[in-house]
Design a protein around this ligand. Structure first.
Ligand code: HPA
Length: 269
């Protein structure tokens, strides 16, 4: 694994991705932030050695590097999900490469179903903790050069970054929640009984991504900050027919508020 990580990292450095301050992974319908990256270097995943290919519509499948305010960021526009059939190592590799490229923190966004009855479509939730119901991406032999066999998950989402985001949201008059994100494999959206179950076991929002990436990042002691955009509700009496298109449509409507928070977060690093 480490050899592949180094090979991919060297390839990207040779293509000009040098000393990024932060990495960002953008969820379904939330890729607009990349248009604000200046002097861009754009590389299709298909041209990057050892990278899997993104198969989902709304996930472009590109690595984008450049200046973002006074910082340099590398963005993954398009991510890899278990429901696409990828294995643990394929999901892990891009995140490890970001770390080896030198990022200091990882920012993530996703589209999610709200199971907290106080949530509305279009709300933004700062993830404070997660319940990972996906296969743990660290199952298998551990490479101690990358991280510990048994990583602690007591602070998967960085408390300092969360407190900063709350201030930014308030300053910008953005309605915000804090909550627990639960990941499930998909690709089906939940049945009403499943939404109810996820609420009972402690979730505020449900989605199909993010937790594997955060686990891989935390294995390397990388601080993480993540936001869910609530695109549908899994609350009894409020459940509507959900499609990938409806998720993309609702995510796009909330995107500018999410982008404001992420932009100011990165600026303040
Ligand atoms: N469930 C799972 N994943 C999702 C949802 C949902 O309701 N909405 C967006 N991604």
């Amino acid at each position: 694994m480490l050899e592949k990580i180094i090979e991919t990292t060297e390839f990207l450095k040779a293509r000009g991705i040098i000393n990024p301050d932060a990495g960002i992974i953008l969820g379904t319908g939330l890729g607009e932030l990349t248009t604000k990256i200046n002097s861009q270097i754009e590389i299709d995943y298909k041209d990057i050695p050892n990278f899997p290919l993104s198969t989902v519509e709304g996930h472009a499948g590109k690595l984008i590097f450049g200046e973002f305010g006074k910082k340099k960021i590398v963005a993954m526009k398009g991510r890899f999900h278990y429901y696409e059939g990828y294995g643990r190592e394929q999901i892990a590799l891009p995140i490890r490469v970001l770390k080896y490229l030198g990022i200091k923190c990882l920012f993530l966004s996703n589209a999610a179903g709200g199971v907290n009855p106080l949530f509305q479509i279009g709300d933004i939730m700062i993830i404070t903790d997660h319940i990972n119901l996906l296969p743990n991406p660290l199952i298998g032999p551990n490479d101690d050069r990358i991280g510990a066999r048994f990583p602690d998950m007591g602070e998967a989402y960085d408390k300092y970054l969360i407190s900063k985001a709350l201030i930014i949201a308030e300053e910008n008059n953005i309605r915000i929640h804090k909550g627990i994100y639960l990941s499930t494999s998909g690709p089906t959206f939940e049945t009403p009984a499943e939404y109810k179950y996820f609420r009972i076991i402690g979730a505020d929002a449900v989605g199909m991504s993010t937790t594997p990436e955060v686990i891989i990042a935390r294995h390397m002691n990388m601080p993480c900050f993540a936001i869910s955009v609530i695109t549908d509700l899994g609350v009894e009496g409020k459940i509507e027919y959900t499609t990938h298109e409806s998720v993309q449509y609702e995510a796009a409507k909330t995107e500018s508020r999410m982008t404001t928070i992420m932009t100011e977060m990165i600026a303040s690093l």
